[in-house]
Ligand binder design. Structure first.
Ligand code: 0RA
Length: 704
């Protein structure tokens, strides 16, 4: 399905001149035998502390099992011994991984008399004594993971096709059921591992197909010319003939995919940029091993976009946290482009040097390093810590990219012009920011005219209400406690600006007002100690626009005032949705349930309960008369559409009075969620925005 057609590699890349040795020559003809294996431990520790070996017993750990087996097969592929791996999900939670590599060795160990296959499948080989020679760059050591998978599976079967003979051994919870058996002849070479994850170990043994597709597509990109087939036969009801090596050949009518990328990471860059306008047509590529044995491969292309897409790997493991390889890359990229500019004078000299951020705008780059004794860092180990990687990438990439720029002057110019644009935007942003800061300093804090400030200067007791629109602003101003409560009304949608452009952000008067009112400045000069209010309350209406503005504000705080959120300074006001009146008695309800409760108490019910769903209110007043069940005065239910509909007293009583109100404190999780929704709303795609508005319009209507 996602198979990429064989395309000629782009002609302008540096690939041909720069690529050098591959893994193959390191490993070929190095005969492997059972004598190389030093037996270490049984598998009990794995079952006792699975987390130590596979990270967790949740979904991550479960999916990790497939990786452990796949990585062995992939290492065969990287050694040049294997070019097709198939992963099949079978009924009963069974997984089957097939390769056409050399096959796990089966010869007898001279001391123990055990088959190497059995040792590999049942022994924990820690400490690097095992097979350190035959494969250099594995995330672990060759064959190591198989025993861990075996230990955590109720059933495992290893089938080895080697030297014309097929060998089989089966296991239960890591223990062999019998000795390794020869079961016949074969023309195939390779290994088939079938296993069933232990339900008593894993919280859930359901594999996520999408997750598998995503990960193994990526692996196919990373190992050029390797075919990775995926089959989801979990729902298949017929019998599956597992004497067939690749189940793909059975043509079961089940979901399946096959990935094969002749271009490797060049194909990945092409895929990342598929729907973007390219700044230059060629895709730069280099692949080279340094003298100290670090392999570096980089592919990149600029597109007409703002954000960079940096996709780094270390030993074929994704490192979204970046690290040394990314640092080395950025250094070389910035230096190269500045050097080229100096020599060729593409940009005028007075513009100054391009910064690291300038040269990243619109860049799609896949960066892959492979090395021995790798170190990962960070809480999730998604960052490359090995310092040698930095210099390796800097020199391999730097040298090749300099040559690329020299050989492709049109591309070089296009890239420099793109970076110059980024530089201009950066300078504009700085100018605006400086002017705001200067203004604040010189004019002794000119607070925005729209702000109705409070009397107290004590930030601990001061609160600022950010309200939607002048009308609500007016009411809030009358209703507030003027000693401690400040009001800042916003007009319209305040933050309808692009993601990274701080200049545009600060050019927006609503944003500027907020920043000045907070008193902390923004960006590098942000100083939370200077905050003027320790409660910043977002008070928007209970409709789609209100929801939209609330999300925009939360996103704004998340991106620029994260410290405020961490300190617990950001709140969302909780105004009532209904006013319920019976005679002189007044009740507020903050939800539909509450409303119904109040009505019940008053002995009344809404005649038309779902008015909100199907009634086209068209912004009309939606007051309702309800029928009192027994006697007396009528019950009157009013739905508040906006804060401006309340009078000052009502607003104070329900939303602002510290003694009676509820404020919802915004957590980082809330803000992150808003940030994600923001992308949906603000992205150039109209469709997701429409869907959001529709989904929320319904919500808002029900809530009004
Ligand atoms: C240990 C040594 C050799 C290969 C393997 C393990 C191996 C393990 C797995 C697991 C799945 N597929 C695999 N393919 C190979 C080296 C073999 C040699 O030198 O002949």
């Amino acid at each position: 399905m996602a198979k990429e057609a064989k395309k000629p590699t782009p002609k302008k890349t540096k690939k041909d001149t720069a690529s050098s040795s591959t893994l193959t020559k390191e490993t070929t003809k190095k005969a492997y035998s059972a004598a190389d294996i030093s037996v270490l431990e049984g598998l009990e520790p794995v079952r006792k502390r699975p987390g130590m070996y596979i990270g967790s017993t949740g979904p991550d750990g479960l999916h990790h099992l497939i990786r452990e087996i796949f990585d062995n097969s992939r290492d065969e592929a990287m050694g040049g011994y294997c070019d097709h791996i198939e992963i099949a999900l079978l009924p009963d939670g069974m997984v089957r991984v097939v390769d056409n590599g050399r096959g796990i060795p089966v010869d007898k160990h001279p001391k123990t008399g055990q088959s190497a296959l059995e040792v590999i499948m049942t022994t924990l080989h820690a400490g690097g004594k095992f097979d350190n020679e035959s494969y250099k760059f594995s995330g672990g050591l060759h064959g190591v993971g198989a025993s861990v998978v075996n230990a955590l599976s109720t059933y495992t079967k290893a089938e080895v096709h080697r030297d014309g003979v097929k060998y089989v051994q089966e296991y239960a919870i890591g223990k062999p059921k019998a000795k390794v058996k020869q079961v016949g002849k074969t023309h195939h070479n390779g290994t088939v591992i079938t296993f069933q994850p232990d339900e008593t170990i894993f919280s859930d043994v359901t594999f996520n197909w999408d997750r598998i597709v995503k990960h193994y597509r990526e692996q196919a990109y990373l190992v050029r010319n390797l075919r990775v087939s995926l089959i989801d036969a979990r729902e298949y009801t017929g019998s599956i003939d597992t004497d067939e090596v690749y189940l793909e050949d059975l043509n079961l009518q089940v979901p399946s995919m096959s990935f094969y990328f002749e271009g490797g990471i060049v194909s990945m860059v092409r895929y990342l940029n598929a729907h973007q306008k390219k700044v230059h047509n060629s895709i730069f590529h280099v692949e080279k091993e340094t003298e100290d044995g670090i392999q570096v491969e980089v592919a990149l292309q600029y597109v007409d976009d703002i954000s960079p897409r940096i996709v780094p790997f270390a030993n074929n493991i994704s490192t979204p946290g970046g690290g040394m390889h990314v640092t080395g890359f950025k250094t070389a990229l910035t230096r190269n482009l500045n050097n080229y500019n100096k020599d060729n004078k593409v940009l005028s000299e007075k513009d100054g040097a391009l910064s690291g951020d300038d040269v990243l705008e619109g860049l799609s780059v896949v960066l892959s390093v492979k090395m021995k004794e790798i170190q990962f860092e960070g809480q999730t180990k998604d960052k490359l810590g090995s310092p040698e990687a930095r210099g390796a990438v800097e020199s391999v990439f730097g040298e090749a990219f300099a040559a690329f720029l020299e050989e492709n002057p049109d591309d070089a110019k296009a890239i420099l012009r793109k970076a110059a644009l980024a530089m201009k935007a950066r300078k504009a942003a700085k100018a605006v920011k400086d002017s705001i800061l200067r203004k604040g300093a010189l004019e002794g804090f000119t607070l925005p005219g729209k702000l109705t400030d409070c009397q107290t200067k004590d930030a601990d007791e001061a609160e600022i209400f950010i309200v939607e629109g002048d009308s609500a602003g007016g009411t809030a101003k009358q209703g507030r406690d003027r000693r401690t409560q400040a009001i800042l009304p916003l007009r319209g949608k305040p933050l309808n600006v692009e993601r990274v452009r701080l200049d545009k952000m600060l050019g927006n008067s609503e944003i500027k007002s907020m920043v000045v009112a907070f008193g902390t400045s923004i960006g590098e000069t942000l100083d939370i100690e200077k905050i003027r209010y320790k409660k910043i309350v977002i008070a928007t209406d209970a409709d789609v626009d209100g929801a939209h503005i609330r999300i925009l504000l939360m996103t704004f705080f998340f991106r620029y005032f994260r410290e405020f959120i961490d300190a617990g300074y950001i709140y969302v006001a909780q105004p009532p949705l209904y006013k319920i009146k019976k005679g002189k008695a007044l009740h507020y309800a903050f939800s539909d349930d509450e409303r119904d409760g109040v009505l019940k108490e008053l002995g009344a019910s809404l005649d038309n309960k779902n008015t909100s769903d199907d009634e086209d209110t068209g912004g009309e007043d939606v007051d309702e008369e309800t029928t009192p069940k027994k006697g007396s005065s009528k019950v009157h239910v009013q739905r508040y559409k906006g804060l401006g509909e309340m009078n000052a007293e009502e607003l104070w009583e329900t939303t602002m009075d510290p003694a009676t109100r509820t404020l919802k404190q915004v957590t980082v999780e809330d803000a992150m969620e808003a940030d994600a929704i923001f992308d949906t709303l603000m992205g150039s795609d109209v469709e997701p925005r429409k869907v959001f508005i529709q989904n929320n319009a319904k919500l808002a209507e029900i809530d009004i």
